[in-house]
Design a binder for this molecule. Structure first.
Ligand SMILES: [Zn+2]
Ligand SMILES: [Zn+2]
Length: 427
């Protein structure tokens, strides 16, 4: 028997409506008891969480781990290590790898790499279309059997609307979400930042808000037609929030997510042609940021994610328009979310934990997301008041591409526990 007693922390578990100081006992990788004062069984390891917050392990349903194919920029192991350093006990890996994760063998490979690494749990997402070519539906059944938890062609949208309809219908059989990167490519038209006054001033080609919103509307209407579950990636505009709010009010099976960078930064971050502020969808206006924060508050947006996207240093050291999209996020997300959502009074700590853990497990049908007795022994212990300066050189991720380098954030993961074992700890 292996036992770990997490003692004296403030347990915040929205899945059980629990917010109270107490102990959590993990035995053989499972929650044996949660809340109140628990006596340590003989031989148990004891972790003193006094003054810290203890929550169900954080789950990020949107990361890019680059393996197979670009092990030079990230591997499943380095990504999973970055995850636990940031307080995440589970991540869902997007399939835009090389080769594309569109078959049973590659899904199984990613899953096994995650298990071998022994950090965060890694749940593969399978591609919707073969090779992400947008032409033929991939083999959902075989991938689900190998461990795929959702399907997405993220990196780009599924442009063929008939294929998207079929994907939603087919996914119903397996009770998994279809996850869409919402973008009308012909309207985004090779833009590299938000279309507006800043892009005009910098002389950069812009991406209008409607490039996202038209796809958001299309997906909601297809979910209405099919009854399938569509999960909309990285919403970035006020219009998208309004559309999802409408969809949910109609009872349509739509869920959505927002990235930590989209609730904390605006298009102004691009000033100086900063390629570490280049992402897709792009950073938008202050009004969009406010609408996204409100969407999180009222439940229109279900989840907070990172869209962790490591790139090689050289690749970002290019002219803005030619640099790749994306930033790393696993090691800064908790601090960014606490700093910009909790410290500002937009979300309570409970609401933030719900959107970073409990709801992810619930709406994607993943294990974890709760400290109820008998559930996975995945726990995040963090200090909500700790101020720290982001130093990308300290990242466990191979990626250094972050717009938060040198920023002071409040809130940091102190101890990350996966399956009853401490896999990351700040002394
Ligand atoms: Zn995307
Ligand atoms: Zn992505």
């Amino acid at each position: 028997m292996s036992a770990l007693l997490v003692k004296g922390g403030r347990i915040v578990d929205p899945s059980q409506n629990l917010d109270a100081v107490g102990d959590v006992l993990l035995v053989d990788g499972i929650v044996a008891q949660c809340g109140g004062t628990i006596a340590a069984p003989a031989g148990a390891q004891v972790y003193d969480a006094t003054g810290l917050v203890v929550t169900p392990g954080l789950i990020d349903v949107h990361v890019h781990l680059r393996e197979p194919g670009r092990e030079d920029v990230e591997t499943v192991a380095t990504g999973a290590h970055a995850a636990v350093a940031g307080g995440f006990t589970a991540v869902c890996a997007m399939p835009n790898t090389k080769p594309v994760t569109d078959n049973q063998a590659t899904v199984g490979f990613v899953k096994r790499q995650g298990e071998a690494a022994g950090f965060a749990r890694v749940y593969p997402i399978g591609a919707i279309s073969v090779g992400q070519q947008g032409e033929t539906l991939a083999e959902f059944g075989e991938m689900v059997a190998a461990g795929a938890v959702a399907f997405s062609d993220d990196g780009k949208p599924v442009e063929n609307t008939q294929l998207m309809r079929t994907a939603m219908e087919y996914a119903l059989t397996f009770n998994v979400p279809i996850v869409e990167h919402c973008e009308v490519m012909s309207l985004a038209h090779g833009g590299s930042m938000n279309e507006g006054i800043v892009s005009a001033r910098l002389g950069l080609k812009g991406i209008p808000a409607e490039a996202e919103e038209i796809d958001v509307a299309r997906c909601i209407l297809l979910a209405k037609r099919t009854g399938g579950h569509v999960h909309l990636c990285h919403l970035s505009t006020k219009g998208s929030v309004d559309l999802v709010r409408w969809g949910k009010a109609q009872g349509i099976n739509v869920t959505s997510e927002v990235c930590s960078h989209h609730i904390s930064l605006t298009e102004e971050a691009v000033e100086g042609y900063n390629t570490n502020a280049k992402m897709n969808p792009p950073l938008r206006t202050a009004a969009d940021v406010e609408a996204l924060q409100q969407g999180l508050k009222d439940g229109t947006i279900d989840l907070l994610v990172t869209d962790h996207a490591p790139h090689h240093y050289d690749e970002k050291e290019r002219e803005f328009a030619d640099a790749p999209n994306g930033i790393v996020g696993l090691e800064t997300a908790l601090g960014v979310n606490i700093t910009y959502l909790v410290e500002t009074g937009i979300l309570t700590l409970n609401e933030m934990v719900n959107r970073m853990s409990c709801l992810a497990a619930k709406i994607w049908h993943l294990p974890g997301g709760t400290l109820a007795k008998g559930s996975l022994g995945d726990v995040t212990v963090f200090d909500p008041k700790k101020r720290w300066v982001v130093d990308p050189k300290q990242f466990k991720s191979k990626g250094r591409n972050t717009p938060y380098g040198g920023h002071t954030l409040t809130g940091q993961a102190i101890c990350t526990i996966v399956g009853g074992k401490i896999v990351h700890q700040v002394s």
